[in-house]
Design a protein around this ligand. Sequence first.
Ligand SMILES: [Fe+2]
Ligand SMILES: [Fe+2]
Length: 160
Amino acid sequence: MKRVHLIYEHPVFQEKFRALQEEEKDRKFCRHTLEHLLDVARLMYIDALEQGLPVSKELIYATALMHDIGRIDQVEKGIPHEQAGADLCDVILPDCGFSEDEANKIKGAILHHRKAVEGAQDLFFELLYRADKRSRNCFACGMKKECNWDEEKMNLKIEY
Ligand SMILES: [Fe+2]
Ligand SMILES: [Fe+2]
């Protein structure tokens, strides 16, 4: 089976993902559904193609799938979800055939996905940061006023 689908089927991924869906079922702000995870993957890949970046499609999909899986540990244990997600990479990715180098790249992007990286920019980290923000339809969201995102992160118009 392809490695990205192995992540999805991993028992730890499934446990965290299901708990998160249950926890967020009445959430009024953005939820972290499978649609969000795959929207981020597709936006990352489109961005990479448009910029002509030689980035592996498989690493993109693996990163996007893993990037918010730590949210449940943020809610339940107070661990920032970028850290919880990186820790979960250590549990899940080796079982799915990812090398240490690949896992480190995925973890780096996840650790930086909530803040734009300043200075020496890693293009792979940037792809996740941008796609994650662009995946949200803030212009059509009824919770815009209460949202804690800065205006510069929000999509206030349809971007293409
Ligand atoms: Fe996130
Ligand atoms: Fe996200």
